[in-house]
Design a protein around this ligand. Structure first.
Ligand code: CP
Ligand code: NVA
Length: 308
């Protein structure tokens, strides 16, 4: 079964090149108006227990463009929201659809869905990881910079789901990654160790620091994310105080290479993790990155559906 749950476990180093090639091909075909109904007659169930704009729209439109259909199942509508078990949900959906994309809180719920079901499962974000975002990010970096190998990405801010997946993805791609976070808000050791393992193979370097300037020095890509992720709303005021020195602004951008690009998975909160002049400025590629979710997700869908 070809799942896409954990970038470290589910995406091989060579497979990553293959996925990026398919994503680029999907983009070219979409732009040229060439029909690509590789998933004709297939259905994707999309379970969301957290909000989404990009992930929902890109998977739904992606399935349509691939000749299939997607079903949006929010927590209010699906019985999981009223306590139906992951076991029963996995078995029921396995009999009716060809794949599941799920965005939820507990990462283990996504793993359980895959364990109990008999169809591919795609992780549309958990508290721990955001792997679908990574393929779109790497595609964007590749489009802007060419070869990924040897580039340096600096992530500044919360050691959250996006940061964990970036560690996994950059190491697989042979990109150097530096993560700058406050002491108690860095990525869990597990993700640093995973990145170290792949980095040893791909020849990249993984650096964890508390100093945003050290992280951003000579970087090709500067990346940040919200200081308050979904589910942490009550900590918002405390987090604004803790992360105030981790804002990506023009001064921090100037530590990077002159031609560095700025990325953000979005949604962004201008004036907090990033200033308006940076996210809306000439180095920002955030909307190209957002559009690439569509093309990258189509590559993930085709790979999961046709190779399971
Ligand atoms: N970046 C991202 O996953 O966006 P959504 O929360 O809008 O899906
Ligand atoms: N870290 C953010 C990412 C949103 C796409 C969150 O989990 O809310």
């Amino acid at each position: 079964m070809k799942h896409y749950i954990d970038f470290h476990e589910d995406v091989g180093i060579e497979e990553l090149d293959y996925l990026l090639d398919i994503a680029a091909d999907m983009k070219a075909k979409t732009k040229a108006g060439i029909e690509h109904h590789y998933l004709k007659g297939k259905s994707l169930a999309m379970i969301f227990t957290k909000s989404s704009t990009r992930t929902r729209v890109s998977f739904e439109v992606g399935m349509f463009q691939l000749g299939g259909q997607a079903l949006f199942l929010s927590n209010n509508e699906i019985q999981i929201g009223r306590g139906e078990s992951i076991y029963d949900t996995a078995n029921v959906l396995s009999g009716m659809v060809d794949g599941i994309m799920i965005r939820t809180f507990k990462h283990s719920d996504i793993e359980d869905l895959a364990r109990y079901g008999s169809i591919p499962v795609i992780n549309g974000l958990s508290d721990d990881q955001h792997p679908t975002q990574m393929l779109a990010d790497l595609l964007t970096i590749k489009e802007c910079k060419g070869d990924l190998k040897g580039l340096k990405l600096a992530y500044v801010g919360d050691g959250n789901n996006v940061a964990n997946s970036l560690l996994q993805a950059c190491a697989k791609a042979g990109m150097h990654i530096s993560v700058a976070s406050p002491k108690d808000y860095t990525c869990p050791e597990k993700y640093v160790l995973q990145a170290d393992i792949d980095a040893a193979v791909t020849g990249s370097k993984v650096v964890m620091t508390e100093d945003p300037y050290e992280a951003c020095k000579d970087a090709d890509v500067i990346y940040t994310d919200t200081w308050t992720s979904m589910g942490q709303e009550e900590e918002k005021a405390k987090r604004i105080e803790i992360f105030k020195d981790y804002q990506v602004n023009s001064e921090l951008m100037s530590a990077a290479k002159k031609d560095a690009i700025f990325l953000h998975c979005l949604p962004a909160y201008r004036g907090y993790e990033v200033t308006e002049d940076v996210i809306d400025g000439p180095q920002s590629r955030v909307f190209q990155e957002a559009e690439n979710r569509l093309h990258a997700h189509k590559a993930i869908l085709v790979n999961c559906f046709l190779n399971s």
